[in-house]
Write a protein that binds this ligand. Sequence first.
Ligand code: F6P
Length: 547
Amino acid sequence: MTTLTQLPAWQQLQQQRDSYQEFSLRASFAADPERAQRMSIKAAALKLDFSKNLLTDDTLSALCQLAREAGLEQLRDGMFNGDIINNTEGRAVLHTALRNSQRTEINDGDNNVVPEVNATLAKMKQFVADVHGGVLTGHTGKAFTDVIAIGIGGSFLGPKVATEALRPYAKDGLKLHFVANVDGTALAEKLKRVNVETTLVLMSSKSFSTQETIANTVSARDHFIANGVPQSAIGDHFVAISSNVPAAVEFGMKAENVFPMWDWVGGRYSLWSAIGLPIALAVGFDHFEQLLRGAEAMDKHFCEAPLEQNMPAVMGLLSLWYSNFFGTQSQVLLSYDHYLRGLPAYVQQLDMESNGKSVDKDGNPFDYQTGPVIWGGEGTNGQHAYHQLIHQGTAIIPADFIMPLQSHNPIGKHHNMLAANCFAQAQALMQGKTFAEAKAELAGKNLDEASLDRLASHKVMPGNRPSNTLLMDKLTPFTLGALVALYEHRTFVQGALWGINSFDQWGVELGKVLGDAVLAEIEAETQPNKLDASTNALVASLRQGSI
Ligand code: F6P
């Protein structure tokens, strides 16, 4: 089998890479007034300007050629059609079926998933209407005022980040709270703020066996009972989203209040399923449907646009270009929108849990670098903190700037100032500042030549630092759906080209098993002696409650 690095386009890219010693983004823009327009893509109400990348038209062609030689389009179609692409778990990968409104048949093996997806959406819609309309209430008949959503990983971040992002669409009268961490403080702080009589708990766990989620749900149930909710009425206050219905019923939930999850939806790809119920409760089912429609529009674009004009493909290919040909090890996401402040953490989970792998689908070790570290935060805050390293550090860190053009809160000049900062940061990374420019700025400061040179060298900005700018008219449920689906597909593109199974996560398992063994030692009668010397000592300190 030909590996990625043996493909002709890879060899071609390697040759092209040498010419980038001379490449200047500043010069490319000066020489080519069409560059920004040509290197832009509009799709699903988003616009990607990728012109500030270390990229020529020839390199873009070679990258797309690499994608074709690696069979990206066939792999993509296989995912959409229910092929068992999660080969280590023997599962199809059909999160795109959750937001499909066109096809009547999408098969997971012999099973058409479309009817069950539609039935679950209908059930969610009814549930949301009943909670909002006061038809479903707490055990004393009072309408719900608060929802505590308990879950972790993919059963937490998507709903939390989307609910936060869609705050302008929030329904009055229902507050959403999220609890993930097993640190009792996380739960206790939420429980302090709610009245159990009017609180609904949504427990999201595909497996119904995740330690943190079970512990939080059990402790929440204890709190409800201790605060006057009869054991027999727990089913009025606790609802589950899980593929393990018997476990949820045994816990005390009503069978009709368990929303299904399926093997063919990975946790980090699940916000479109009933795992998104907290979002629908927060903003209404109509807005949740708009979120699905935005994602569906991005799916259509991903399936139909030629690779050169295909937003997820171009972003995935650029990521590969930097990782494998420039040795970059991280990427930064910069949300210039307060409502989107959670997006970097969301994409971090999505990308790093999907592509943080060292062997290919067949178990062969890679001879090239794979998943980068994803990090980031909210603009403009980062400009007064970590942007220093992006501008002047020794490593190249490709950046994604994300910016809605209209604000939900147009106060004074704030939005123009926000936009100016966003655009100027991308510009500064691209053009940099030469030694001569830095020195010229210091002219007239009464410095001798040696001091001038020394100071100027600190002010030099290398420039040629790549970035994408992603724009949308406004942050809406539709544009959010498109944005999240864009990052899902970018992750897919990278994983597919690298030969990764992006849909398993075996690396998280050992820690869970060892965590159980350590917990057993913490709670044992005897002094800890079953672990390594360091861990035994840590356990002993914990038991003493003192260092
Ligand atoms: O530990 C990783 C993981 O399995 C994620 O992939 C998943 O989203 C999360 O834990 C929660 O799992 P569950 O929904 O089964 O509780």
